[in-house]
Design a protein around this ligand. Structure first.
Ligand code: NAD
Length: 360
């Protein structure tokens, strides 16, 4: 699957290329084996282009669970052991958000490339420091913005880039369910990175401003329901609804264009994307006179493109290995991670100011 530019050279220190015997494959460690970490373990273990050498978690039960499935992988409870291992060239970090910065910084200082879970860090200053550190040392810093590696988002990007949708007018996204309430972040920092990274990937630019409104019902002082409004300028506006308290699970994104529109339902198995050749054409010589304007409704075909069934996380693992071995820069590099953290930070400030518009 072609996602983003894989051709730009990155000054990453290249790991040794793979050999037929596999002895020169980059050696990787995964830190954090809670809910998401085992998915990374499964995908990196399945990749022929690397060797998953060690898994780490401070919780012995998590180590036992991984050991039961992968008895040949080394285990440790202290990430310091991984950083001290000269054979390990890259670390995959899937720990709670508050620990992202210290773990990633230590890994980069130890000369290891990093694939880190979303969001890159808990604030902008931390993200800037990691990006600078990776660049200084010529190491890869990649963020697991999983959805941009999905066949559905890759297909939507083709539709946007080819101009088939026309000028984008609005984006509307709903990501709600009875969610896994995170201990250290609110629902915006947990769920919105998915939607923000999809839109960042499609548009390649930051919004001009953000306003966010939310409420905390679960008694922790952290918002569990929130609505974000983004203004991208040129008439393009976006709305994201993220919610951990919804009795139903919805994963909907709608992109309205001047020519065609797309509805992306990530919960659909057969027809995740539908393209609607419908919209509104306004005609009339005098824009001030509503009577003279003619509104044409176009209701054309609806079609659903074929999508491969590739698991996005397999593509994430493949992409990270390409960064290590070929020096490509991933579409979800540290800069992309930083852009998302900037929007999250603006949304956070707006939440505190009860929905005030925050410029970026
Ligand atoms: N990309 C996605 O779709 C996706 C989905 C879910 C979660 N995530 C991200 O993954 C990360 C982890 O989320 P989770 O839901 O798996 O959390 P979790 O709490 O279930 O798991 C985190 C694990 O990290 C371990 N840990 C904490 N500090 C550690 C340290 N210093 N050294 C070693 N192990 C340590 C904990 O013991 C725990 O097992 C978060 O950043 C989250 O945003 C991403």
């Amino acid at each position: 699957m072609a996602v983003g530019s894989l051709t730009r050279k990155h000054p990453a220190r290249l790991a040794k290329r793979s050999s037929p015997r596999g002895c020169d494959l980059p050696q990787i460690a995964v830190v954090g084996l809670g809910y998401w970490g085992p998915n990374l373990v499964r995908n990196f273990h399945a990749q022929p282009g690397c060797r998953l050498k060690t898994c780490c978690d401070v919780d012995a039960r998590r180590l036992d669970a991984v050991h039961a499935d992968y008895p040949a992988i080394g285990l440790c409870a202290d990430a310091g052991e991984i950083l001290a291992d000269p054979q390990i060239t890259a670390v995959v970090i899937a720990t709670p958000v508050a620990t992202h910065f210290p773990l990633a910084k230590a890994a980069l200082l130890a000369g290891k490339s990093v694939l880190i879970e979303k969001p890159l860090t808990a604030n902008v200053a931390q993200a800037e420091e990691l990006v600078a550190l990776a660049d200084e040392r010529g190491l890869t810093l990649m963020v697991d913005h999983t959805f941009i590696y999905s066949p559905a988002v890759a297909r939507i990007k083709q539709l946007v880039d080819s101009g088939e949708l026309g000028e984008l007018l609005f984006i509307d996204s709903v990501r709600i369910n009875l969610g896994l309430i995170q201990p250290d972040v609110n629902v915006v920092w947990d769920l919105a990175p998915h939607d923000l990274s999809i839109v960042d990937h499609l548009l390649g630019r930051l919004p001009r401003s953000v306003s966010a409104f939310g409420a905390a019902h679960a008694g922790r002082g952290q918002e569990d329901v929130a609505y974000l409004n983004l203004d991208f300028g040129d008439g393009l506006i976006a709305n994201f609804h993220v919610n951990w308290l919804s009795p139903v699970k919805l994963r909907y994104t709608r992109l309205g264009g001047s020519r065609k529109s797309v509805v992306y339902n990530d919960l659909e198995t057969a027809e995740k994307i539908k393209v609607y050749d419908s919209g509104v054409d306004v005609r009339g010589d005098d824009p001030d006179s509503r009577r003279q304007r003619l509104v044409d409704y176009r209701t054309g075909d609806v079609w659903s493109p074929h999508l491969s069934r590739e698991e996005p996380l397999a593509r994430v693992a493949e992409q990270f290995i390409e960064c290590l071995t070929r020096g490509v820069r991933p579409p979800s590099d540290g800069q992309a991670g930083l852009r998302i953290v900037r929007v999250l930070d603006a949304a956070q400030r707006s939440l505190r100011a009860r929905g005030a518009r925050v410029e970026l």
